[in-house]
Design a protein around this ligand. Structure first.
Ligand code: NDP
Length: 454
């Protein structure tokens, strides 16, 4: 018999729901359902698959408020952010609804006939997603996977399974056939690991820690599974002295404290040119102190709690690092896993706070001398996910953008993610790309066909 899993609301520490917890047998059943549904789903005409994805986008839009409230409560994120995220999930399906009819190949001139390529779905795809943006990250994978004709088994994080479970019901209501989307709620160590080893899963698309990503890449080798990994980050936010410092300081806090810092794209290393550090810190202080940390369902909240007590302990351990606390915002007392937004300055580039992904609302301000020094410090990390460059010198902005080893960059902005642009990391931030046209490559195989004419 399935065990019960208690789902906690991080803002109150109260039980939010109880759901069935799957084991290896349930994973196997889900894979069998996905496998059985694959031939019909891949065989559907491209136009029919597109229509179903549009219907799914419509259904998600209709249920946006319900899903946003569920996500806000389960993941502890401000309701305004949760609404934006569910809107993005619907937009992701809308974007990929255009894909089935645009999965184009090439025609290639060869001797004695004609060669051409077509894109084929992989089969059953396993999606393993984290707790920080539960349905958003699932949507980034589901959209291209389904559009390309794959069926899926989705494993949400045990901490935040509720929107994924609701999504599977909505998908059926929208008309997706049984077995195309299968959700399994269970621990990564058993259910996730079974997905990685399962011989009938063709690919694992994973978002989470670099450590688990490494074990997935190793485990997938046994069956030569395709793998895409979207892992951790320690992204630089580079502020040159000639930048619009007010704009940079206004934008910097939410670029690291958004989602309470539990964001792989968090610009958690703020590199500031030495001559501008004092001016920047004065501006930053106002921005940080005005961040409203509180009840996720309060419309005015800008930051919620951390996901769990254990995670709060990990985040707090960085306050012991050898870096002075320069700015500390405020947070509610409890219950709830609250943590006040914190800025450390100046931070030694060799210290733990400068090198490790904190995944919480702690920013490290690191001074730099000049352009060369900024690039050296920015690249001095095992990660390479995102980053920002603030300067009024356009040529320098482009020089630095070219020099940074990172997958996603913004100039005079801190945004990272758009449905239509590729997203993913360099170095130990992972491989493969989500979103945009590139994501379709990760859910298809290229087949080369030669037709003899002589
Ligand atoms: P994990 O990498 O452990 O979890 C991410 C997902 O992987 C969850 O669904 C988890 O399942 C699953 N999982 C865990 N172990 C395995 C396994 N052996 N095989 C297959 N799947 C597995 O992240 P944590 O939740 O532990 O967070 C730890 C740190 O990771 C954070 O502090 C942060 O630094 C980083 N992180 C980065 C994220 C990103 O967006 N890049 C997202 C989340 C975390 P379950 O949790 O249900 O057991």
């Amino acid at each position: 018999m399935a065990q019960a899993l208690t789902v906690i609301e991080p803002a109150t520490e109260a039980v939010l729901d109880t759901v069935e917890r799957a084991g290896v047998a349930e994973v196997d059943e889900a894979v069998a359902r996905a496998r059985a549904a694959f031939p019909a789903w891949r065989g559907l005409s491209p136009g029919s698959r597109a229509e179903l994805l549009h219907a799914l986008a419509d259904a998600l839009t209709e249920r946006r408020e319900e899903l946003a409230v569920l996500e806000a409560r389960n993941a502890g994120k401000p309701i305004a952010d949760a609404r934006g995220e569910i809107g993005m999930v619907a937009a992701t399906f809308r974007y990929y609804a255009g894909a089935p009819e645009r999965l184009l190949g090439h025609t290639i001139p060869v001797a004695g006939g004609q060669a051409f390529t077509i894109r084929e779905p992989l089969g059953v795809v396993g999606l393993i997603v984290p707790w920080n943006f539960p349905l958003t990250i699932a949507g980034w994978k589901l959209g291209p996977a389904l559009a390309a004709g794959n069926t899926v088994v989705l494993k949400p994080a045990e901490l935040t399974p509720l929107t994924a479970l609701r999504f599977s019901e909505i998908a059926l209501e929208a008309g997706l056939p049984e077995g195309v989307v299968n959700v399994v709620v269970g621990p990564g160590s058993t259910c996730g690991a079974r997905m990685v080893e399962h011989p009938d899963i063709a690919k694992i698309a994973f978002t989470g820690s670099t450590e688990v990503g490494r074990s997935i890449a190793a485990g997938a080798a046994a069956t030569i599974k395709r793998v895409t990994l979207e892992l951790g980050g320690k992204s630089p936010n580079i502020v040159f002295a000639d930048a619009d410092l007010a704009a940079a300081a206004d934008s910097a806090p939410l670029a690291v404290f958004g989602n309470a810092g539990q964001d792989c794209c968090a610009r958690s290393r703020i590199l500031v040119q030495s001559s501008a550090v004092d001016r920047f810190m004065a501006l930053l202080e106002d921005s940080v102190e005005s961040i409203r940390v509180g009840d996720p369902l309060d419309e005015s909240s800008q930051m919620g709690p951390l996901i769990s007590a254990g995670h709060r302990e990990t985040v707090a351990s960085f306050l012991d690092a050898d870096a002075p606390v320069a700015i500390r915002g405020s947070a509610p007392e409890g219950p709830g896993y609250w943590f006040a937004p914190t800025v450390l300055c100046p931070v030694d580039p060799g210290s733990r706070a400068a090198r490790e992904e904190i995944f919480g609302p702690i920013a490290a301000v690191i001074p730099f001398r000049d352009e060369e020094d900024a690039v050296r410090l920015a690249n001095d990390t095992i990660y390479g996910l995102s980053g920002s460059i603030w300067t009024r010198d356009g040529a320098r902005a482009l020089r630095v953008a070219r020099a940074l080893d990172t997958g996603v960059l913004s100039i005079n902005s801190n945004t990272s993610v758009r449905v239509s642009t590729p997203f993913g990391g360099f170095k130990q931030s992972g491989y493969g790309r989500e979103l945009g046209p590139d994501a379709l490559d990760a859910y298809t195989e290229v087949k080369s066909i030669y037709y003899a004419t002589t």
